[in-house]
Design a protein around this ligand. Structure first.
Ligand code: MRU
Length: 362
């Protein structure tokens, strides 16, 4: 399988007729390759909520196309009712998943495009929204590439990299963030070894990360989440690369459940722990991790989803937070498209993202 078939495909895009959003259904991977074309509010919402499309940047790109596709169906005669409809669709889609801030960023940006055109007719606003959605996608491609370059500069040939969840092309666009340095290294003939946490309960590491790395010819080994400590102790890991769903102003980082445990282990073994993510994942209005909403999901994901028969009695209670927050004190650096931020993160963010930082300062 060619590397480019992994790193140069659009897993989220507009359909050929431009009236639906086309996605590769991630919930069925790696066993089935099914593409969906979605165009109703309910189907678009369901695709995000049930993780057919997932990963913070990919959710943002999808939401932008979704709002455009819905705007295209509008029968509103002019600006005011058209804008009200866009705002309704934004609020509906925004409720599909609470933690990844890219969803809100993309939806707000799309509505802002419409809101800024009060004197224009509906078709002109729709055209501007299409351009905005395509721009969000293009920008993510460029950001992922830049993040991958910066990430690759942090490791050397022969290194072992621990990954958690999936922060590859499926979760973003093209190279990915957390996995980007591994694909770029492969492209340049640099050998890196990936150790991939399976990532209970929805197995994004097993189902998606090893699927992407294996197909691209990157050396990868799958481990259960509870093996990370051992492989670190055995000296197999030189760095941890993870993605992010929301980064607060002080560097506290929400990512897939289990990430904070990996960071604690890395600190214990003296291994650098890197968070890789685009600026669209930094929430400059969020002071710290205590203010990040954590999504709670069904206990069926723990007991049933990936088992031939239920793994526990039906009456057993489950607690299924989908994300946790890694304290900024455990993070060696946050790798963005503009550069590598080292602690103290509030100061390095302010240096790199001056205007956004100032606008959001309370
Ligand atoms: O619940 P998911 O699969 O959407 O969670 C995804 C993650 O936690 C990813 O690590 C994160 O979105 C970064 S993707 C580049």
């Amino acid at each position: 399988m060619e590397l480019e078939q992994v790193t140069h495909v659009d897993n989220v895009r507009l359909s050929d007729d431009g009236r639906a959003v086309r996605i590769l259904d991630q919930s069925l991977l790696p066993n089935e390759t099914v593409y969906l074309e979605l165009s109703t509010p309910e189907a678009l919402y369901e695709a995000i909520a049930s993780l057919r499309v997932r990963g913070a940047p990919a959710i943002g790109i999808f939401a932008a196309y979704a709002l455009y596709v819905l705007a295209l169906q509008s029968e509103a005669p002019h600006y005011a009712p058209f804008l009200a409809e866009c705002q309704r669709h934004r609020d509906y889609l925004n409720a599909s998943r609470p933690t990844a801030v890219n969803l809100r960023h993309a939806l707000d940006r799309m509505v802002a495009v419409a809101a800024a055109m009060p004197c224009m007719d509906v078709p002109s606003i729709q055209a501007a929204m299409k351009e905005a959605a395509l721009a969000i996608h293009r920008e993510d491609i460029a950001m992922c590439r830049a993040i991958s370059e910066y990430g690759l500069s942090l490791v050397k040939a022969g290194d072992g990299i621990l990954t958690h969840c999936n922060a590859g092309p499926l979760a973003t666009s093209r190279y990915g963030t957390g996995l980007g340095p591994l694909f770029l290294a492969k492209e340049r003939g640099i050998i890196l070894h990936a150790w991939c946490d399976e990532t209970r309960p929805l197995l994004q590491g097993a189902r998606l990360t090893t699927y992407e790395l294996q197909r691209a010819g990157v050396d990868c080994t799958l481990i259960c989440d509870n093996m990370a400590s051992l492989v670190m102790k055995e000296g197999k890991i030189n760095a941890c690369f993870v993605g992010c769903d929301r980064v607060a102003r002080n560097g506290d980082t929400a990512n897939k459940i289990g990430t904070s445990g990996v960071a604690i282990l890395a600190k214990h073994y003296g291994i650098p722990f890197y968070v890789l993510g685009p600026s669209s994942t930094i929430d400059f209005s969020c002071p710290d991790g205590d203010h990040i909403p954590i999504e709670q999901r069904s206990g069926a994901e723990i007991k049933e989803t990936f088992f031939a028969a239920p793994s526990a009695l039906p009456e057993v209670k489950c607690y299924n937070p989908a994300f946790d927050v890694t304290d900024h004190s455990l993070i060696t650096a946050i790798v963005t498209e503009k550069g590598i931020c080292y602690p103290p993160f509030d100061e390095s963010f302010a240096r790199l993202f001056g205007p956004c930082w100032k606008e959001a300062t309370p």
